[in-house]
Design a protein around this ligand. Sequence first.
Ligand code: ZN
Length: 148
Amino acid sequence: MAQLEDLYREIVLDHYKSPRNKGELEPPAVRKEGFNPLCGDEVVIYLDVDNDGIIRDVKFSGQGCSISLSAASMMSVAVKGKTVDEAREITRNYKTMLGITDDDAEREEVDVDRLGDLQALQGVMKFPTRIKCATLSFNTLEQGLDAD
Ligand code: ZN
């Protein structure tokens, strides 16, 4: 287990140091801002969703702790090229992995393999004060998907 935790820590650090899809998209891309007052994390998510409901491009910018920024980077990789429905499914799986669900059946069904690098953040569920850091980019993503 220690080895797995080391691997997870490396993945998180890698996304923090070399963020994927960092930047901005021009309008008419959707732009959504998120803020986590508990930690001071700020994130802006840009979404380019085509008429078929496919997320053609996603970018993010912002500042905050390593968990919030690496989660944003991993989120962008996980949802880019996916449909809006798949992105919502990934969001549900991710939140369930972090223990955010009222539904025990759903908790057992979480498909962590679909989450890719996001699995590396499952240790965050042991630190309730950091869960908002880990979910900020996903909550902002969901608002962006609703807006589109
Ligand atoms: Zn944070």
